[in-house]
Each structure stands twice: as C-alpha cells, then as structure tokens.
Design a protein around this ligand. Structure first.
Ligand code: KIV
Ligand code: NA
Length: 275
C-alpha cells in the first residue's frame, strides 16, 4: 500500500498524485483498478449519494459506513476519510473517538479536516497522537453558510495572502498533505512550491502536486449542477437512464424475462405435481 512517504516522494519527483472520491465498494474497486493513488471518502457523499444539497447533514455514522465499504472494495489503497461537520470543533475527546473509529474500525489511513484557525490545534494534537491528517483550505464546503456560497477563494490580494499564510500553518501543525479547493491557479502553484507536503488541488489548476475529483463527476453520474473545474470522462447518467427505461419497457411488454433468464422443471415432475 502507498503511504505518506510515497506521496512525499511523488511530490519531490513531480509525479502527480491522482486522488478520487469513492463511497462504496464497487466504486472503490474501480478506482483502485484504474490506478488511483489515494481514495477520499469525502463528505461530498452527502450530495453525490444521499441527495442533500450540502455536506452539513453528513454524520460520523455515514462516514464510517461508507469508509468500511470503500475499504472492502479497495483493500490495498490508501484511504482518507473526511471528518464530518462539527465533529472536530468542540470537545477533543469526541474528535479522538471519531478518528479512533475511522482508523480502527474502518481501517482508513488518514482523516481530512477543513480550515485553519481553530482547526490548527486539532491538526496538531491529532498529528502528535500519530494520526495522519490532511488539511483542506480554499473553498471549504462545511463553512458554506459562512462563506456565503460555493465560490472561488483567495482571489484578492488580502485573501491570497491569508490562504498562503494558513497553508503554511496547516503544514506547521503537522498535516501530511493539503487539499486546495477552488482557488486561482497562481496561488495554488505558489503554495505547492512553498510547502514540503503534497498539495492536492480541485479547481486549483494544473501546478499542484496532485488532483482530486468526485467519482460521480468523473463518470458523469449526476444530472445536477457541474462546477467549472469538473471534467466528465463519461456520461454514465445517460446510460443508466437508458438501461432503466429499456427494463421498464420490456417488463411492460413482457419481453423480459426471456427463456434464457427463466428456470424450469422437468415434464415428469410437472406431471407428478399437477397430474
Ligand atoms: O468531500 C469531498 O469530495 C472533498 C473533495 C472535494 C476534496 O472534500
Ligand atoms: Na469534503
């Protein structure tokens, strides 16, 4: 299995890290087979799978369930799980309990936490306890209520300076990697060269140490809003809708099931049964 030192080495050798979310066993298996370096069990599962319109309602139980499924689907892949909203801003023992369950029950390798400021001390305490922590700055969806929507971060001089400063603080607090979401490519490139730890971008241009995208976005399995930074490599949604409507139509027309999908018994038994 790849490790934090693998990812550090990849950064040093300018070998881009390909990261992707997965939420269940089959998607994790497909990601591993495709050669994804690191799987993120993102709280984006709330939108991609559970039908919420933000990551706010996602719970630790949700993350545990999905992490366990991902682990079973990709037993050899480095997995990081998002700590969900408000599980790391209060009582530290509560945070520790959440991390303990994720690392010991779901067997993931790392956790991801959003923000700097108050999050820094949590990153530090977890790191000191031996927990690999990944930071997440720029657009931090768990703060959507405070940010006032999903928009590009760090675009003004002041905001860029703050983002650079906070990235350094996240590294200094012991984080093993940093996700930068929705920031100008120039700022992301600057931060990537400034930090020793790998910087994984999403909507952060091509000059970060790696990229991350949401599974459903990559395969086009959604019919909702698509951010500018997403590239769809397939349009599975169309395929799925087509398959499902064919099924419905064949059931209605009694075309399905055909003889090849049907079990039968011998004439002899049939005669015994019904005379
Ligand atoms: O939850 C998620 O999918 C994420 C990525 C967008 C980085 O946090
Ligand atoms: Na997330």
């Amino acid at each position: 299995m790849k490790s934090i030192s693998t990812f550090m080495k990849m950064k040093q050798e300018r070998d881009p890290i390909a990261m992707m979310t997965a939420y269940d066993a089959p998607s994790a298996k497909a990601a591993a087979k495709a050669g994804v370096d690191m799987i993120l069990v993102g709280d984006s599962v709330g939108m991609a799978v559970h039908g919420y319109d933000s990551t706010i309602p996602v719970t630790l139980e949700d993350m545990l369930l999905h992490s366990k499924a991902v682990r079973r689907g990709a037993p050899e892949t480095f997995v990081v799980t998002d700590l969900p909203f408000l599980t790391y801003q209060g009582d530290f023992s509560e945070t520790l309990q959440a991390v303990k369950q994720l690392l010991q029950e779901a067997n993931v390798q790392a956790v991801k936490l959003e923000g700097a400021k108050r999050t820094l001390s949590t990153i530090q305490r977890l790191s000191e306890a031996g927990v690999p922590v990944i930071g997440h700055l720029g657009l931090t969806p768990q703060s959507v209520g405070v940010l006032g929507g999903y928009k590009v971060q760090g675009r003004t001089e002041e905001a860029a300076k703050q983002l650079i400063e906070e990235s350094k603080q996240v590294e200094k607090s012991g984080a093993v990697a940093l996700v930068l979401e929705c920031v100008p490519r120039q700022v992301a490139a600057h931060i990537s060269s400034l930090l020793d730890i790998p910087v994984i971008g999403i909507g952060a241009g091509s000059e970060t140490d790696g990229q991350v995208l949401v599974f459903h976005d990559v395969i086009g399995f959604s019919d909702g809003f698509l951010p500018k930074f997403v590239k769809q490599y397939a349009h599975v949604q169309t395929e799925v809708e087509h398959a499902l409507s064919m099924y419905v139509s064949e059931v209605k027309q009694q075309v399905f099931p055909g003889p090849e999908h049907t079990f039968s018994m011998s004439e002899e038994t049939l005669n015994k049964l019904y005379g």
